[in-house]
Design a protein around this ligand. Structure first.
Ligand SMILES: NC(=O)c1ccc[n+]([C@@H]2O[C@H](COP(=O)([O-])OP(=O)(O)OC[C@H]3O[C@@H](n4cnc5c(N)ncnc54)[C@H](OP(=O)(O)O)[C@@H]3O)[C@@H](O)[C@H]2O)c1
Length: 372
């Protein structure tokens, strides 16, 4: 089976997914309902589900946002998470729900909106899914809920983040939602939670990915801006790995488990140099802001813009100046999850950027040395 997808989303060309021809394993025949289908990860997940030969119901607020995806097994329906009547008719005992819809953590996002969608509406969806006895409820949360790493990298057994200074609105509503969903799992919700770290890879102009967008900018400007020398490592994971992890988690039998879907711990400085080397260009100059200055400027920007301190630039700088390293040991040993090598994932992303006409570099096949 082949997926034909135009690599130039900006060219406004339709993306067609061919119907599967091979028979699929019984495990995969189950129908799938995807919330947040129009999002960055949602689009990749839909393609993978269709490749498995499954009926897919893609829920999104604006049906036009998926009009470039066409497949005989794909249905697109309008649903807003905050309006339960819009999704209730689609929940049934023959469907797996993949819950991806969320308000992302961007400076200036209203914390009340985050709580409304990521916590209240998410728990409500879980309640309805439990009532409808859906086969599985695969909840895509975030590895941020495990907090920053003080020394060792974080794993599922460390428990959820409790550091009040870092307790920004996004982490807070994610932890609250998962705590409630786990209570439902003790009763009758067949819940499994996956917690990706920072995801990157080929994106669509309607939902640009933050890292991919940054790489586009880096290749264009060849200027590096980092905070405190850019040495704080964070974990980056390729979108294809996250999709595989989500599908592996669906097959996990017991209810209520969390799985971190991590890739590679890498500092901004190493990422920048690797991307430039793989793209065959070099940085023009590099600027490093001291953490205290970055925080002061961020607080000032929050005041000027009237952003909430738990969801503004200052909250983002606090995240930036920490190390966020994560282990995928549990996902590897229990689910058989293994991420792609980091240099390969970056190279795939750079090739995508080049193919979509947003980079000026020459991306070669040579790979650079890195700590995968
Ligand atoms: N990308 C990452 O680095 C990353 C890392 C860790 C975890 N995650 C989690 O993975 C999930 C998917 O992430 P993503 O990168 O694909 O996010 P994304 O590109 O921002 O997509 C979010 C999706 O949620 C939908 N949505 C937001 N509010 C909604 C509402 N009230 N009702 C229905 N749909 C709503 C959006 O729909 P519209 O098209 O209508 O806006 C969009 O389809 C999220 O839960 C995210 O927190 C992502």
């Amino acid at each position: 089976m082949k997926i034909l997808c135009n690599p130039k989303p900006h060219a406004n060309v339709r993306c067609t997914v061919e119907a599967p021809t091979a028979t699929t394993p019984a495990d995969y025949i189950r129908a799938a309902l995807v919330t947040g289908a129009s999002g960055f990860i949602g689009r990749h997940l839909i393609r993978a589900l269709l490749q498995q030969g499954r009926q897919v119901l893609a829920l999104c607020r604006n049906r036009d946002s998926l009009r470039d995806l066409q497949h005989p097994l794909l249905r697109i329906a309008r649903a807003d998470l905050a309006e339960s009547h819009s999704y209730l008719p689609y929940l049934n005992c023959e469907t797996t729900v993949f819950h991806l819809a969320a308000v992302r953590s961007l400076p200036g996002t209203c914390p009340q909106e985050m709580h409304r969608v990521n916590d209240t509406a998410t728990v409500e969806l879980g309640r309805h899914a439990a009532k409808a006895k859906v086969v599985k409820f695969v909840y895509v949360s975030s590895a941020y809920i495990f907090g920053p790493s003080d020394g060792d990298c974080r794993s599922e057994k460390d428990g959820y983040c409790r550091a009040p200074t870092l307790y920004n609105a996004y982490i807070q509503c994610r932890v609250q939602a998962l705590t409630q969903l786990k209570k439902l799992a003790e009763d009758r919700l067949n819940l499994v939670t996956v917690c990706p770290t920072i995801v990157f890879g080929p994106d669509h102009p309607s939902h640009p990915n933050r890292v991919t967008h940054y790489l586009r900018w880096l290749l264009r400007s060849r200027v590096e801006f980092v905070v405190e020398g850019g040495e704080q490592r964070r974990n980056l994971v390729y979108v294809g790995d996250v999709v595989r992890g989500i599908l592996l988690a669906e097959k996990f039998k017991a209810a209520g488990e969390d799985f971190i879907l991590a890739g590679t711990d890498v500092s901004p400085r190493v990422l920048n140099r690797m991307a430039m080397t793989l793209a065959g260009c070099s940085l023009r100059f590099s600027v490093s802001l001291p953490g205290s200055l970055a925080l002061a400027l961020a607080k000032l920007a929050d005041t000027v813009r009237g952003y909430d301190r738990t969801a503004g630039y200052a909250a983002a700088v606090k995240v930036l100046t920490q190390e966020w390293r994560f282990s995928f040991k549990k996902s590897n040993s229990v689910l058989g999850y293994t991420p792609t090598s980091f240099s390969e994932a970056i190279l795939k992303t750079l090739r995508f950027i080049q193919a979509t006409g947003t980079s000026h570099g020459e991306i070669s096949d040579s790979t650079v040395e890195c700590n995968d």
